[in-house]
Design a protein around this ligand. Structure first.
Ligand SMILES: *Cc1c(COP(=O)(O)O)cnc(C)c1O
Length: 393
């Protein structure tokens, strides 16, 4: 570690609240799937911004949209209109389902909005069924919805009304429904929970239950949305459609913006004055969203994720045959989990020493969320580093 890195870390310790587990890497700039530290070393990033940089770091079209819009206007209060918010909303509706969009600033805020929406829609039925090992964010409502005790400890009392059931267990959902239930909240592919894919039968079964029992089906695609899985949204692989869809992370191509898409009859319960957020759907954020759509469509990135995702999956599955620490390879498209029989954190650190950035969740699950723009050569390079590290265990 050089002086430049040490100085930054020392000042973080002095001035920045110590809420994150951080690796000793000071990132100075990025481009596509590459980042550079303050010492000038180049890294291959297979986990760019926890999925925020879905198009890679500093996608030129997003950068140019942000530069252009910042010269005109960055923020418009939501008691007025501006020309871009409806355009961003229209794009979201065109690739999902008919409804309307509420823009916010983060994933947790999208979850909070969905909780309020569901409770108001159901009137007097406050309970929401959530999944074990789910992750929905750190604000108190989203935290209460999250199905992992470790994130909740010390923050009680939590918001009441969340009933936790095992993921992919339709009978458990059925038995958890009471006259007080208003919604089921789930991730079609759990990210934080270890890259676990909901089965098509489970999602279709939950959809049917929600229809029969008049419940809202809310899908949190903050991580799996915006092309990550090779479809616009993870649910589209299954044939089961949500009533409410939550997005953030990659939505703004690096700019912080979240969205809640709700079917019209549901969205209508939130009339003027019932919900708001000062920064929501700013011209800057919406310009970024529109650039993200343009890039995914014109650069045909969904097809690319499908093609290269299949390639990665094949490579890792083949590797499993002769690297015994690999237990299972899971995921869809560019949302990839490799479950190990050993602690994954030393693997992440060993990869970083070899200039490859990946993630580990749930102790033993390596997680890769490559940018949609990554090249085959970059993927080959990253996988060969990972293979070398895993073989040395
Ligand atoms: C990251 C994430 C969130 C929280 O998003 P923030 O922007 O950090 O608030 C919620 N749900 C899922 C599935 C996520 O991956």
């Amino acid at each position: 570690m050089t002086q430049a890195t040490q100085t930054v870390i020392k000042h973080y310790e002095r001035y920045v609240m110590n809420t994150y587990v951080r690796s000793p890497l000071v990132i100075a700039k990025g481009k596509g799937s590459r980042v550079w530290d303050v010492e000038g070393h180049e890294y291959l990033d297979l986990f760019p911004g926890w999925g925020v940089a879905g198009l890679g770091h500093n996608h030129p079209w997003v950068m140019s949209a942000l530069r252009g819009q910042s010269r005109r206007l960055t923020h418009v209060a939501n008691n007025y209109y501006h020309p871009l918010q409806w355009q961003a909303a229209k794009k979201l509706i065109e690739v999902s389902f008919d409804g309307t969009v509420f823009f916010c600033n983060s994933g947790a805020e999208a979850v909070e909005t969905a909780i309020k929406l569901a409770r108001r829609w159901a009137g007097g039925r406050p309970e929401i069924i959530v999944m074990e090992r789910s992750f929905h964010g750190r604000t108190i409502g989203a935290l209460s919805a999250t199905g992992q005790d470790k994130y909740q400890q010390g923050f009680e009392p939590l918001l009441p009304g969340f009933v936790r059931v095992p993921f992919n267990d339709l009978d458990a959902v059925r038995h958890a429904i009471t006259p007080k239930t208003c919604a089921v909240l789930l991730e079609p592919i759990q990210g934080e929970g270890g890259v676990r894919v909901a089965s098509d039968e489970f999602l279709k079964g939950v959809r049917r239950l929600c229809d029969e029992q008049r419940l809202l089906l809310i899908m949190d695609e903050v991580q799996s949305g915006m092309g990550r899985t090779g479809a616009w949204f993870g649910y589209q692989h299954s044939g089961a459609q949500p009533d409410v869809l939550l997005l953030a992370k990659a939505l703004g191509g690096g700019f912080p913006i979240g969205a809640v898409i709700a079917k019209r009859a549901v969205a209508d319960v939130l009339g003027p004055g019932t919900h708001a957020t000062t920064f929501g759907g700013s011209p800057l954020g919406c310009a970024a969203v529109l650039a993200v759509f343009e890039a995914i469509e014109k650069q045909e990135l969904l097809g690319r994720v499908n093609r290269l995702g299949t390639f990665v999956f094949k490579q890792l599955t083949a590797l499993r045959q002769d690297v015994p620490v690999i237990q299972e390879v899971r995921g869809r498209g560019f949302m990839i989990g490799v479950e190990l029989s050993i602690d994954g954190r030393p693997i992440v650190e060993a990869c970083r020493a070899k200039r490859l950035l990946i993630n580990c969740t749930q102790q033993r699950v390596l997680r890769l969320l490559p940018a949609m723009t990554i090249t085959k050569a970059q993927l080959d390079h990253g996988l060969s580093i990972l293979e070398g590290v895993l073989r040395s265990r």
